[in-house]
Design a protein around this ligand. Structure first.
Ligand code: C2E
Ligand code: MG
Ligand code: MG
Ligand code: MG
Length: 283
């Protein structure tokens, strides 16, 4: 291999990299087993208004690996996306979310909760995505207005025309859309005006820079995001709210709905239900 001067062959024998490739391969193998062996679960994190009302939850996938313990979605979702397993995993997430909505329909404390689900690029553009959702809404008798699909900027910018087209088809089913992590990508007025989003989520990066509750230079971006959302009549949710000072600063800037550790961490459904029930009794 030493004859090849481009360095690729040499790099192949780097034990560090070989270990990484092996680990990744192992994980991809393990991921395909995880679905059939029931190792995935959804955690739920509430979204709360300034008056203390819980209006919805974000469903966040967790992978409880028998040997490795809990694996973060920030790590395995990108791998799932590359290895095309995201269609199966993402389909499972949607099915679970719809089943949960159906379950909550029958409980008075939970019947108005909306559920937000993260959708990745490959999943969104899979040919039968619209049929899949129509089927799930039908199967679980879900009120589509209670199901929100969270899309990222990079997803919609993959092909703006196609994204608009697909979103319109899905909106025809009655679903809602949230723009996730807004402000971190290529945010621009011109494209947001073309896309039928119902909600904008302010990325936690912007929320976090103001840990002492004072406006930083970057807070101008938050003010701009809030202005954009109001202009287009979109709901606003701030992510990653950890301190009362952050909540207050957001409130004073015109954002009245929050998600973050200040209120609750993502938790399994039973814990979330207990949390919400006890909260309501305390009020
Ligand atoms: P995201 O959609 O932006 O989700 C918000 C992330 O912020 C979650 O991380 C949540 O646990 C975390 N978070 C919430 N409040 C706070 C806070 O106050 N402080 C801090 N430091 N963090 C907070 P998580 O659950 O690890 O998920 C990471 C990302 O993985 C998500 O970011 C989303 O992009 C992706 N993801 C999660 N579940 C799914 C899924 O079912 N499908 C797809 N495609 N992606 C998913
Ligand atoms: Mg999200
Ligand atoms: Mg987010
Ligand atoms: Mg994110």
């Amino acid at each position: 291999y030493a004859k090849q001067a481009d360095g690729n062959a040499l790099r192949f024998f780097d034990p560090q990299m070989l270990a990484e490739v092996e680990q990744r391969f192992d994980l991809e193998q393990a991921m395909s087993k995880a679905l059939t062996e029931d190792q995935f679960m959804l955690f739920y994190q509430p979204q709360i208004t300034d008056s203390g009302q819980v209006i919805g939850v974000e469903a966040l996938i967790r992978w409880q690996h028998p040997e490795r313990g809990m694996i973060s979605p920030a790590y395995f979702i990108p791998l799932a996306e590359e290895s095309e397993q995201i269609e199966a995993i993402g389909g499972w997430v949607l099915q679970q979310a719809c089943q949960q909505l159906q379950n909550w329909q029958t409980k008075s404390l939970f019947s108005a909760l909306s559920v937000s689900v993260n959708i990745s690029v490959r999943q969104f553009y899979q040919p039968d995505f619209i049929d899949l959702l129509a089927g799930l809404l039908q199967q679980y008798q879900v009120n589509p207005a209670l199901l929100t699909l969270e899309l990222t900027e990079s997803l919609v910018l993959t092909d703006l025309d196609d994204a608009v087209h697909r979103m319109q088809q899905l909106k025809a089913l009655g679903l809602r859309f949230a723009m996730d992590d807004f402000g971190t990508g290529y945010s621009s007025l011109s494209y947001l005006s073309r896309l039928p989003f119902d909600e904008v989520k302010i990325d936690q990066h912007f929320v976090r820079q103001s840990s002492d509750g004072k406006k930083t230079r970057d807070w101008a971006i938050v003010d701009a995001i809030i202005g954009i959302a109001n202009t287009f009549d979109m709901a606003l949710v701030a992510e990653g709210v950890e301190t009362e000072a952050q909540r207050e600063l957001l409130y004073n800037s015109g954002c009245f709905c929050f998600q973050g550790y200040l209120f609750a961490r993502p938790q399994p459904v039973a814990e979330f239900e207990a949390w919400l029930s006890s909260r309501d009794l305390n009020r």
